[in-house]
Design a binder for this molecule. Structure first.
Ligand SMILES: C[S@@+](CC[C@H](N)C(=O)[O-])C[C@H]1O[C@@H](n2cnc3c(N)ncnc32)[C@H](O)[C@@H]1O
Length: 293
């Protein structure tokens, strides 16, 4: 009967106070902002999970999560259910053209003998974005006859552990690889007997996947990156959080490095050290070479 009362969910309806408690908990721990229109999504996600583990009502489930340490097993399961993992290989052509035509040439022009190229896929979901960046960069390095020795490392990070497990397995079904250009499919995947596609070992070796929380980046011990992609993630955060996250990402970017966001995901002038680079249908920045404090 919940639908008759204005909710699309077939689970117990939440009152205003309950909704506020749950959205504050989510915001505090993940930074994710859940607007009122997503209330039935929250009711359904919580309801399904409560049914699975035999918890009777929202209050008891809330209590259960509070009793776990932040990052406890049940919390991690719930976060996975509440986050959107939609992704695909070669998802946003303009950003990838920008990588191939502007970022990589500029990085190698400014440092032709570089021995390392480090890329970060922040909010990598099930790995498709990280592997896409890895394939394009690997191809670029191979085509540079002067610098085949450059070590490429792509780090994918996400708050969802199940998503990271899938990324590490690096096996995708036929539907998932439908956007991979033919040559890349041939060079970087092996077709298994079951018809699925496995990323080749050489590419897996250059990619690693680690859990992290974008709103708790102080704990990440990463060397500064040459390139950071953070696409289709900031949309889930409010304006202040976006600002904080961009600030933290800039701290983890080398001077002279590039930050690529999802088109339309940022604020005007997001950070004083970032210079926006005009490229059609993309949102990309260059970190000026003055070192941050
Ligand atoms: C829609 S996917 C985007 C995947 C990929 N970047 C792309 O553009 O295809 C968003 C990802 O952000 C992750 N995410 C959400 N909140 C996060 C947080 N606080 N810290 C790290 N990752 C987060 C989700 O788990 C999800 O996998």
């Amino acid at each position: 009967m919940a639908a008759l009362n204005g909710s699309l969910s077939c689970f117990e309806q939440m009152d205003e106070v309950q909704f506020k408690h749950w959205t504050s908990l989510l915001e505090k721990r993940t930074g994710m902002h859940l607007p009122k229109e997503r209330r039935s999504f929250l009711e359904t996600s919580l309801g399904l999970r409560m049914k699975e583990i035999g918890v009777q009502n929202y209050a008891a489930y809330y209590q259960h999560l509070q009793s776990e340490k932040n990052g406890g097993r049940e919390w991690l399961t719930l976060v996975d259910r509440l986050t959107v993992h939609e992704t695909r290989f070669f998802r946003h052509d303009p950003s990838l053209d920008f990588l191939e035509q502007i970022i990589l040439p500029r990085l190698f022009e400014s440092e032709p003998n570089r021995t390392k190229l480090q890329i970060w896929s922040a909010g990598c979901s099930t790995g498709e974005e990280a592997y896409t960046l890895c394939m394009i960069s690997d191809q670029f390095i191979k085509n540079l006859s002067i610098n085949e020795q450059c070590y490429l490392a792509v780090t994918g990070m996400d708050i969802s552990i199940p998503a990271l497990v899938t990324a590490r397995k690096a096996v995708y079904d036929k539907y998932k690889v439908r956007h991979v250009p033919e040559q890349y499919l041939e060079d970087y995947f092996v077709k298994q007997d079951d018809g699925r596609f496995q990323i080749i070992e050489a590419l897996k070796k250059r990619s690693c996947f680690v859990p992290f929380n974008l709103i708790d980046m102080k704990k990440t011990l990463l060397e500064p990156m040459d390139i950071i992609f953070c696409q289709n993630v900031l949309i889930y955060f409010n304006r202040d959080r976006r600002k904080q996250i961009i600030h933290q990402l800039v701290q983890r970017l080398k001077p002279g490095g590039f930050l690529v966001l999802g088109a339309g995901e940022s604020l005007n002038n997001p950070h004083p050290e970032l210079e926006k680079i005009d490229f059609p249908n993309s949102l990309a920045f260059f970190k000026n070479k003055i070192m941050s404090n």
